[in-house]
Design a protein around this ligand. Structure first.
Ligand code: BES
Ligand code: ZN
Ligand code: MN
Length: 490
């Protein structure tokens, strides 16, 4: 989206004008209006409250008054909610141009304001509706923005531009995750990864069935056996100019299950409907890669994303199968629906061997248990390194993509030992107790001594109860978090 920084709103724009409680509005005419609205109990400047004034002063289309309460009560979540509300309301007025006034109190939130407005304008149904509904959705999205009030504050202008860039990538991530498996299949992600490699000048490597067999990734291949589409292990290796390829990279691993029917442990009605979203981890790390040059991250960063469906069929893997892994450990398949940990285990042991990473961070919609424990506001955080965990958690606090650390008790790890094989992919009987921890314990078996963190995003990756700047469905969770994490490492 285009953005222009101006001294005053242009004639044809729709203006978003923040107003604080207990504070005079600088513009005299508006000040009178706000006082009258307050007296009439129409608009109390409560945080996130909006009031639309048609044909307001100095603009042909109108003004959206945006209540912000008292400046001292502002924080990232409520700023984003408030501007998300304003962004959605603005979209509904089909503005030719949106003009946003950012007063001094809000300069430090320029990035979050831009993010909230762009995120609020995502239209999940736009690619699919036809006719009038499609036209309506198209018109509902803001095409260009103008910002006033920043004056010569270049840092704030840059932060605003950065917010737009990040949120546009997050919106595309949300679109990819929401895209159903008949369209967003392994082919789709092969094409996307080629585009990304070209876009960011990363080395691309795509391993398919023949190579995965050579690498002994039999559990990844096992998950894939019920699908007509080949498994893909996609690696992007980003090493910008001035950084040595010998620098031990940070490796990001993301679960890319195109559709998780559960396999022969078939998911029932009520659990299967959202399982096209089971690739949210992979999409988050691929999207993060796209941001690296835009954010000027000068570090060696690699992403590894295993993509496959988990279906049933003549060839599909079955409970009781014993499969060998790339690492050499054997796994008893006790539940074909615990597929995420299998494909992540293979991807991680491959990454450890090939890249000797400084650290690995994996993102996965891994367990319903994590969603039960934490809902859609927190992802579960696990790991073996204090500093890594702390850095991720604080990046989460800063971006409001919240992480909550959960434990891997030795006794939970013991429960992942197999009866015949080295490991089993699910405990039988009590698998629902501490399910997120046991999933993490299984993955840890493939990490070795590498610094590692695992983020179970089953809860926040999608939502039926969106925040003000979100829509139902995929949230793009993890992209803003990882972007901040990378920036903080600079
Ligand atoms: N993709 C699911 C986890 C999931 C559930 C994500 C709900 C988002 C929403 C995962 O592959 C799965 O099926 N996990 C099982 C693990 C169990 C069999 C040990 C689960 O959570 O039931
Ligand atoms: Zn899954
Ligand atoms: Mn599953």
């Amino acid at each position: 989206m285009e953005v222009l920084f101006a001294n005053k709103p242009s004639e044809n724009s729709l203006l978003v004008y923040p107003v604080f409680a207990k504070k005079k509005v600088a513009d005299l005419a508006l000040n009178k209006l706000v006082a009258r609205l307050a007296a009439a109990k129409e608009f109390a400047c409560k945080i996130g409250q909006t009031f639309f004034v048609l044909n307001g002063e100095g603009s042909s289309q109108g003004i959206i008054l945006l209540g912000l309460g008292e400046a001292k009560e502002l924080d990232v979540p409520n700023i984003m909610d408030a501007f998300g509300t304003a962004g959605k309301s603005a979209g509904n007025h089909h503005p030719a141009k949106l003009s946003i006034f950012i007063p001094e109190e809000l300069h430090k939130y320029a990035q979050e304001i831009a993010e909230a407005i762009v995120l609020s304008n995502y239209q999940p149904a736009a690619p699919y509706k036809t006719g009038e509904s499609q036209t309506e959705l198209r018109e509902n999205s803001i095409k260009s923005m103008e910002v006033t009030g920043l004056g010569k504050n270049e840092a704030a202008q840059n932060a605003f531009r950065k917010g737009i860039q990040i949120a546009e990538i997050v919106n595309e991530a949300r679109m990819w995750v929401n895209t159903p498996p008949n369209i967003a299949n392994t082919d789709f992600f092969r094409r996307k990864s080629k585009e990304i490699a070209r876009e960011i000048h990363a080395k691309l490597k795509i391993l398919r069935r023949r190579k995965l067999r050579k690498l002994n990734m039999w559990t990844f291949l096992g998950v894939n056996r019920g699908s007509p589409d080949e498994a893909h292990l996609i690696t992007l290796d980003y090493c910008p100019k001035g950084v040595s390829r010998d620098e031990a990279p940070t490796v990001l691993v993301g679960k890319g299950v195109i559709f998780d029917a559960g396999g022969y442990n078939l998911k029932p009605r009520g659990s299967i409907e959202d399982m096209h979203l089971d690739k949210a981890g992979a999409v988050a790390v691929l999207s993060l890669m796209r941001l690296l040059p835009k954010l000027g991250i000068k570090k060696h960063i690699v992403c590894v994303t295993p993509f496959t469906e988990n279906l049933i069929g003549q060839n599909a893997y079955k409970p009781s199968e014993i499969l060998k892994t790339h690492l050499g450990k054997t796994v008893e398949i006790t539940n074909t629906d615990a597929e995420g940990r299998l494909i992540l285990g293979e991807a991680i042991s491959y990454a450890v061997e090939k890249f000797k990473p400084a650290a690995i961070v994996d993102l996965a919609t891994l367990t319903g248990a994590c969603m039960i424990a934490l809902g859609d506001r927190y992802a579960g955080l696990f790991g073996n390194d204090k500093a890594l965990i702390e850095n991720l958690r604080s990046a989460g606090d800063e971006t409001d993509e919240l992480l909550w650390q959960l434990p891997i008790h030795k006794d939970y790890a013991d429960k992942m030992k197999g009866q015949f094989a080295d490991l089993r992919n699910s405990e039988t009987g009590s698998e629902r107790f501490a399910g997120a921890s046991k999933g993490a314990a299984f993955i840890r078996e493939f990490v070795g001594k590498t610094k590692w963190a695992h983020i179970d995003i089953a809860g926040p990756a999608f939502t039926t109860d969106p925040k003000k700047y979100e829509q139902k469905g995929a949230t793009g969770f993890g992209v803003r978090l990882l972007a901040r994490f990378m920036e903080n490492l600079k």
